[in-house]
Design a binder for this molecule. Structure first.
Ligand code: WT7
Length: 567
């Protein structure tokens, strides 16, 4: 029996109070995600149930029950409070997928501070723009990532504490650094959780756009109402499940469903903090008897590429339910998963801003491979004309995805950027910035993004950020960054570069520039290919036309070039 029972029944008379009731929440009550994800589950009698089973890269394992989760996150909260961290201060988590990241997340929320997760592979440039925008008070990190924070310390007077979770006892701590040994820290039994309310800020996730700096998406504690119920109905989390969300909490899937959705439903979840290989992944599923697996198209395509033979080495019969998010899930991947695992990956569509699943396939509903499915109950979604912002009213036309605002986990603003936030709404609709069509049966078919943002392996990369980083390299005069097709990652970053006088194209320079971007931004943002060219296509007013370069990479018609300067 699936939790959703019947999609068609659930959309009738749906009200978010269904979720509120299940969580014993009444409007006006305190609502703290940290409490809901640990203390409440203990109160429901599951204190001794495993909450988190963690495996590191050398196979070492750590286990935490729900009671451990409760007490250890109390310990994190106490430590931060003693340091002087106040409600609504921003506390950044800059760590690999280690237990401190998951439990630290709950600890920060328990004191009413705002948690700002950042991907641990970010370089110093990616880091500083996000910490600067958020005016972050403290960063919790590991020894191996601390140098990136130290490097930019002078530029961050507001950053008071760098909390190192694995200090080297033989080495003194640096400026503003303090050690915190989470597992051995005091664990207060009666910790006073800050009484956050529905609209109290909770999570600040950064996401990239086409222009300008990354935007800080502000979420509130009330988001739990959406995250709990979507995890229950779409991911179908049940008491006996062993759940594996492969996403890193540096990104929204890893927090909404890798922390909040999972723990608020009281399931046991496994985390693997090791590099990708098909063998590693299948071994992990077999060993922990994973039943519910939430992953991403790039990972699925990588597994497809590894072939079917490797699957035969493992007993994967434990898998009960599979879902995917982050980028288009092609029909081949759905059909393949059905063939090799006996289960189709259900595609789910949403984004950092929406905080929870918006459009999805559901257990028990007819799946059309290649389609994202239908809106979650309570979500009014359609496709509108890009000029009039009016819904088409007839199926089959491609337009902008539009969602009626008002669900619990919708972002409340872009941090210190209300203007850009307002631009996301047109004619009473929230526009995620994607294009789709809807078929006569109401299924959504994703077409593409409505901007130049590159979605590589499910991660958004801003061409503007990469171009800015490239310009800082001494050899680069001008650059234009677009995507190019890739079997596994769907698209990867490609840079067109013109060189300053005195520099010649060479393989060495090529590698040097790639590395330069990797270090400054991240491995995801690093161009997979650099093409040195004489001049970049520009409009008469001097704007670089990425469109032309993009069309060339994708073998598409170039279209109207009448405003081109140099064709
Ligand atoms: C963008 C959001 C939500 C968690 C991960 C990404 C694209 C997301 C799908 C899907 C096609 C998808 C959209 C969206 N996207 N899911 N199922 N099919 N595209 O969060 O980094 O905020 O990216 O990812 O373009 O707007 P994000």
């Amino acid at each position: 029996m699936t939790n959703i029972i019947s999609y068609d029944e659930r959309i009738k008379n749906f009200d978010w109070s269904i979720s509120e009731k299940e969580l014993d929440y009444q409007p006006g009550n305190d609502i703290n995600i940290g409490w809901y994800c640990s203390d409440r589950i203990c109160k429901l009698g599951k204190a001794d149930k495993p909450a988190l089973i963690w495996e590191g890269s050398s196979g070492q394992e750590k286990r935490y029950t729900y009671n451990d989760l409760r007490l250890t996150s109390n310990g994190v909260g106490q430590f931060l409070r003693d340091l002087g961290i106040k409600p609504e201060d921003r506390v950044c988590l800059f760590m690999d997928k280690i237990p401190e990241l998951y439990i630290g997340f709950l600890g920060v929320l328990k004191i009413g501070a705002i948690v700002q997760p950042l991907f641990s592979a970010f370089g110093d440039e990616s880091l500083i723009v996000r910490l600067e925008n958020a005016q972050t008070t403290a960063v919790i990190t590991q020894r191996k990532h601390a140098p990136k924070v130290r490097k930019i310390l002078d530029k961050m007077p507001y950053l008071k504490h760098i909390i190192i979770v694995d200090p080297d006892p033989a080495k003194p701590l640096g400026e503003r650094e303090v050690a915190f040994d989470m597992d051995n820290a005091p664990k207060p039994e009666n910790f006073v959780i800050f009484p956050t309310k529905a609209e109290s800020p909770s999570v600040l996730h950064y996401t990239s756009g086409t222009t300008g700096q990354p935007k800080g998406v502000k979420h509130v504690h009330y988001s739990l109402i959406s995250q709990y119920l979507t995890a229950k109905w779409v991911l179908d989390l049940q008491d006996s499940d062993i759940y594996w969300c492969t996403a890193d909490p540096g990104w929204v899937t890893g927090t909404s469903y890798g922390i909040i959705g999972a723990f608020s439903n009281g399931v046991t979840q496994c985390v693997m903090d090791a590099g990708f290989s098909a063998d590693n992944w299948y071994k992990f599923i077999e060993k922990h008897r994973i039943t519910m697996w939430y992953s991403a198209p790039t990972a699925i395509r990588s597994l497809m590429k590894a072939g079917d033979e490797v699957i035969k080495k493992y007993d994967l019969s434990c898998l009960r339910h599979l879902a995917s998010v982050g980028e288009p899930l092609n029909s081949e991947a759905v059909i393949w998963s059905e063939k090799v695992f006996g289960k189709a990956f259900l595609d789910t569509y949403w984004q950092t801003e929406t905080g929870s699943i918006m459009i999805s396939n559901y257990p028990g509903m007819k799946i059309k491979p290649g389609s994202m499915g239908k809106p979650f109950p309570g979500i009014t979604a359609t496709v509108i004309d890009a000029d009039t912002f009016e819904p088409f009213g007839v199926p089959g036309k491609i337009g902008l995805i539009a969602i009626k605002p008002g669900w619990p986990s919708m972002m409340r603003t872009y941090w210190r950027n209300e203007e850009t936030y307002k631009k996301k709404f047109k004619n009473g609709w929230y526009l995620p910035g994607d294009r789709s069509s809807i078929d006569p049966e109401g299924y959504f078919w994703f077409v593409g993004r409505d901007d130049d943002v590159i979605n590589t392996g499910g991660h958004l990369v801003s061409p503007f950020e990469v171009e800015s980083a490239l310009l800082e390299h001494p050899a680069v005069a001008e650059s234009a960054v677009v995507s190019k097709p890739d079997f596994v990652n769907m698209e990867v970053v490609k840079a067109f570069v013109t060189l300053k006088p005195g520099f010649e194209p060479s393989k060495d320079l090529d590698l040097e520039i790639m590395n330069f971007v990797r270090k400054k931004l991240s491995p995801l943002a690093m161009p997979q290919e650099i093409e040195f060219i004489e001049t970049l296509p520009k409009t008469r007013s001097g704007k670089i036309m990425r469109r032309i370069l993009h069309a060339k990479e994708w073998g598409e018609e170039i279209g109207d070039t009448s405003t081109l300067e140099n064709d």
